[in-house]
Structures are given as structure tokens and as C-alpha cells.
Write a protein that binds this ligand. Sequence first.
Ligand SMILES: Cc1cc2nc3c(=O)[nH]c(=O)nc-3n(C[C@H](O)[C@H](O)[C@H](O)COP(=O)(O)OP(=O)(O)OC[C@H]3O[C@@H](n4cnc5c(N)ncnc54)[C@H](O)[C@@H]3O)c2cc1C
Length: 428
Amino acid sequence: MAQQGRASARVWCAEELFPMLACMDRIVIVGAGQGAAQCVEGLRRKGYPGAITVIGEEPVLPYQRPPLSKKYLAGELPIERMLLRHEAFYAEQRVEMLTGRRVARLDRGRRCVHLDDGSLQAYDALVLATGSRPRSLPLVGAEAPGVHVLRTMADADGLRVEAAAGKHAVIIGGGYIGLETAATLRQLGMEVTVLEAADRLMKRVVAEPVSTYYHHEHTRHGVTIRCAARVIGLRTAASGRIAAVLTDAGELAADLLVVGVGVVPNDELAREAGLDCDNGILVDERCRSSDPLIYAIGDCSNHPSLHYGRRVRLESVDNAFEQAATVAANLAGVDTVHNRVPWFWSDQYHHKMLIVGLSGGHDRMVLRGDPASHSFSCCYLREGELIAIDTVNNAKDQMAARKLIAARFRADPSKLADASIALKDCGI
Ligand SMILES: Cc1cc2nc3c(=O)[nH]c(=O)nc-3n(C[C@H](O)[C@H](O)[C@H](O)COP(=O)(O)OP(=O)(O)OC[C@H]3O[C@@H](n4cnc5c(N)ncnc54)[C@H](O)[C@@H]3O)c2cc1C
């Protein structure tokens, strides 16, 4: 969910920008996902009157990605309910939607983008909302039939076609995507094994009690979890299809394999055009890149978190949504700084996990409540300040934490550990 970034981007001052922003007749958005849809909406809501063109390589209008590993994969959500907005909305808002088209190159000098069909789109301001893509396994056989990743609707459709009760799915990666997919495939009646390289599930993003809780829940639902597993190869059948995963503990037969080992930002267009990039496109607190006419939002952007005092690249709906709102406001002439405490959710079985804030750099973690009750939280403190919280089926803590973390709440660890005391009353 959160990735660090190192370098800094140039900061543009209002005097430099004002003359440029005064003639924004044509805005082009590259990528037609979560961030793009929100940006379009924000631009019109803030009164931007000019032309808007959205170019997206997927052959569908922008849709919600989270259900791809959950209800959509389970076959419980029809495509109409996946769309963030229907066709009529974009028509009413006078937005040109070029779906199924890929941007091949940016030409900053001529202020235009080159599409894969050889056509050009000119812009006065450009928003890069190109998202991220699954990291691939550097193993022979990783492209074989039966090996899946989960990023797009097409990926989920392909996986659902092959998911059959009684067959064995091996999932490499015990992070959110791997575990959500495990829960759904189990619900579809598959035998499921999750292979995780670390010594516990979701280690990068949650505290140990949360990992242990989910390990137990997956096991209770019949998923086999193997932590500290080292995948050393893949074996394919004579047909070329995936047949087994080779680990340091032996061979594991697989009817299908799902690879969920993280994502990489789609920042190549920006890199090739000479924009500053370092684990994503470097932007300032207004989401502006090193070219003042080009903005970057969502998974592909790397921004300075004012709250945490460091650069981060976030992979969440909330981040794409908030950054899109920031860019829309700035392009509509309302000077706006992106300064939010991020949050992220994950649904596995009927459990709701919600993480608020970034726990990196904490010096203390306090468990609040009993995991056996299926409702608890893990609070992260740095020098007494509440900087983040992982909540499991705990809406009260989650709601309170959003305000408290933003307000730099200082908490008493002994009060925090007593779940009968409301979070807001746990101050020093
Ligand atoms: C299976 C799954 C489950 C998830 N679950 C959750 C969850 O529970 N909670 C949560 O907060 N987040 C979740 N996420 C993450 C969340 O969906 C993303 O963080 C969010 O979609 C990012 O929005 P975005 O606009 O940056 O990118 P995207 O929504 O990925 O959109 C980017 C679009 O740009 C297109 N594109 C890229 N390059 C080009 C190009 N050159 N030309 C044209 N188009 C291009 C891509 O094909 C894509 O359609 C999940 C993601 C996945 C895949």
C-alpha cells in the first residue's frame, strides 16, 4: 500500500504558474481508472468549463478495482455496478472518453500526447493517472497458461473462468491481493494454498496481531498458509500449462497459480519524457510534476506527505480520489494542497480491516481489544503521538482515529490498551 520515495521535485511558485493556468482550454487525462474518473468529476464540480479528454488503454469506462478480488471475482457484482460512472455521465459532462487506446509517448515541447494508433491529442494541462501494474515473477513459466495476476477486469474474468470447485489454486504472495483472492477462491470451492516469503502475512503493512488473526481465519476457512516459503521455480505440463510450483520445501501441484507479489508504478511515459521520477512520478504537494503543465495522481505518483514529513507512493482508492480532487481544484483555479492522512481497507471473508495512517517509523505498538472477540485494533505511536492504526471489525476506533491522527493526538499507552476507554479519551 505505501512505498517510500527518495528524491525531491521542483516546487513551483504561484507567480510562475498563474500565467500558465490562465489558458487551460484543454485538459487531457492519461489512464481511465479511479483517479481519472474522480478528476473529471472534480473539474466539472469546481466549474472548469474547457474540454476534457480521457485516454485509457482498457476497453471499458473507469471502474472500481477493489471488487476484482472480492465480489466481482465471486460473480456477485455485475459489470454495470463496477462502473464508477455510466456513459451518460461523461456525455452530459462533455468529456471525450477514448477507451481501448494507449498513449505511446508524451511530447512536452509540442504539448501533445501520441496515441498508439498514430493520432495526437493536444493539451494545455496533462494529468497522468496511469496507475500501476503487477510485478511479475522472474521465473521460467511465469507467462504459462494458468498463471494469473489480478489488476484488471479482464484478469478477473480470466481467473473466474478457470476457478473450479475442487481444483487447487496456489497463490504466491500473502499480501492483500493474495489473501482477498484466497478468500474468494475458497468461497468458490477451490482448494487454496498461499505461499508467503516473509515469516508472517501482510508483514509490510500490518502489526503482528493482525497477521496472526488473518492467518488463523484463513486456516479456519480451509486455506493452507505457508509462511517463510521460498519459490524456486515453476513446472509446466506437456501442454505448456502450469502444473506445479517448486519451493525449497518441495513441489506443490497447481491447477492454477495467482501471483500477487506487489505492483510497480506505470511511470515510463513520464520517465521517457524527462520528468523527475523515483519509484513513481515525483510531484509536489499540489500533485504537480517537474513540468508545471503535467500533474500525476494515484498509484503512479510519488508525493510529499505533509503529515509524515516524507515522500510516499500510495496504492489505494482513497489516495487516487484525494489526489484527483486536489488536481481538479488547482486546474479549476482554486489553489489546493494535498494534505490528508491516508487510509486503506481490505475485505476478507466477512471481516473488515481498515488501516488509517502510515505506521513506518513507529517506536511502540499497543494492542487494543482481544483478537478472539473478532474486533480489535493495533495503535502505532511515535514519541507518544498516534501515527497510525490497524482496525479489524472496529468501526468506532477507525472513525475516531482519522480525526485524532490528523490532529497529532498524543496517547497514553496504558489507556490505549484498555478497549473500554474510547479512543478519543486515551490522551496523555
Ligand atoms: C484486485 C485489487 C483490489 C484492490 N483492493 C483495494 C481495496 O480494497 N482498497 C483500496 O483502497 N484499494 C484497493 N486496490 C487499489 C486501488 O484499486 C488502486 O490504488 C486504484 O485503482 C488506483 O487508481 P489509479 O487511478 O491510480 O489507477 P488505476 O485505477 O489502476 O487506473 C490506471 C489506468 O491507466 C491505464 N493506463 C496505464 N498506462 C496507460 C497508457 N500509456 N495509456 C492509456 N492508459 C494507460 C491502465 O490500464 C488503467 O486502466 C485494489 C487494487 C486491485 C488491483
